[in-house]
Design a protein. Structure first.
Length: 345
């Protein structure tokens, strides 16, 4: 059983790490950490509350405490506590931000809190899907000579259906020109581009146009920079480029649709989740769209960039992802070397 000394020592180390990560003076960081995370007026109050619980032999009171329970992460069966943290971490970051004398992005504070509380993967917005998560890939143009040239799989994120579109690209060297050539070769080799498409009204020409526009969006300003090249995603040993978008509800497939458990935050800034599936990865982006967004960015111009590319697919829903009444621009894209660099940072 964990001792009072161990818990107090852990609390002290947390405050110390918080100070080091944000380059704050120790005493200043202690006050922010106590009020922001543990909702105590002073750092000494957290120590006093721990002492009181042990003197009364009520360790369960710590596990059930609204905020002190987060000190027990990585000490007990803590899944319920971690789920509670996911819901409360925005409030923690906002409390700290309201007390600070310097300007730090709220998303950075969220990352630091996760890191200090002993959840490094959550700090890097890494989502491990686990062995039970399974994508059901099916041919998108199932009457083609090669029905696996384009595949699709549906899944759920925050109760909203998304569709992943996988375009085969077997050539080892990945460039925009090579992709255009490969898509053109497949295009001219199919007589009836309407035949066999699972979304009635879509065509291979439209798919090709959508893919090229999407690739150009994510390559804009990053020409010849290898770290931004999309990595291919292997399905049954074959290489594919995978992008995804919110799905028109009436287009949802009858196949297996796994639930991707990630926590989009009600905060400003670009949220980028690295989603690990088996030994591979995709990236899920979410950006809150609200009145604050209007004040900092040309809203219409920003949204149109994505609505004219990755969100322009025939199957894409015009409605944005909504989480607890808040709207987010969201999509999936391939993993790249730059993402790997950030995940290791």
């Amino acid at each position: 059983m964990i001792s009072l000394y161990q818990l107090k020592n852990k609390l002290n180390k947390q405050a110390k790490e918080f100070a080091e990560l944000l380059e704050f003076p120790d005493l200043y960081a202690q006050g922010l950490w106590a009020r922001g995370v543990y909702n105590c007026p002073h750092f000494s109050d957290t120590h006093n509350s721990l002492t009181e619980a042990f003197e009364q032999k009520k360790l369960d009171s710590i596990l059930k405490h609204d905020s002190l329970k987060y000190l027990m992460i990585n000490e007990y069966d803590d899944q319920e506590i971690i789920e509670s943290l996911h819901k409360e971490i925005e409030s923690m970051a906002n409390r700290i931000e309201s007390l600070m004398l310097v300007d730090i992005e709220t998303l950075e504070l969220v990352s630091v809190i996760y890191q200090v509380l002993g959840l490094p993967e959550d700090a890097k917005f890494i989502v491990n899907t686990g062995a039970d998560f399974r994508l059901e890939w099916r041919p998108y143009f199932d009457a083609f000579d090669d029905p696996l040239i384009v595949q699709y799989a549906d899944l759920k994120v925050h109760g909203c259906y998304f569709r992943l579109i996988a375009s085969k690209f077997p050539v080892e060297k990945l460039s925009l020109n090579d992709i255009k050539k490969y898509m053109y070769i497949n295009h001219v080799n199919h007589d009836s581009e309407f035949e066999g498409c699972i979304s009635e009204g879509n065509t291979f020409s439209k798919h090709e146009h959508w893919l090229v526009l999407t690739l150009e969006l994510f390559r804009s300003g990053k020409v010849n920079k290898a770290q931004f090249n999309p990595t291919t995603f292997k399905i049954e040993g074959m290489r594919y480029l995978v992008y995804g978008f919110p799905l028109i509800p009436s287009f949802v497939s009858d196949w297996h649709k796994p639930d991707l458990c990630l926590q989009v935050k009600n905060l400003d800034g670009d949220q980028k989740f690295i989603v690990r599936i088996d030994q591979q990865a995709l990236v899920f982006h979410a950006r809150r769209v609200d009145t604050n967004f209007f004040n900092t960015i040309d809203y219409e111009k920003y949204i149109s960039l994505y609505q004219s590319s990755v969100l322009s697919h025939f199957d894409a829903d015009n409605n944005l992802l909504k989480v607890n009444g808040v709207k987010y621009l969201s999509f999936f894209r391939p993993f790249c070397l730059e993402d790997k660099k950030e995940a290791k940072a």
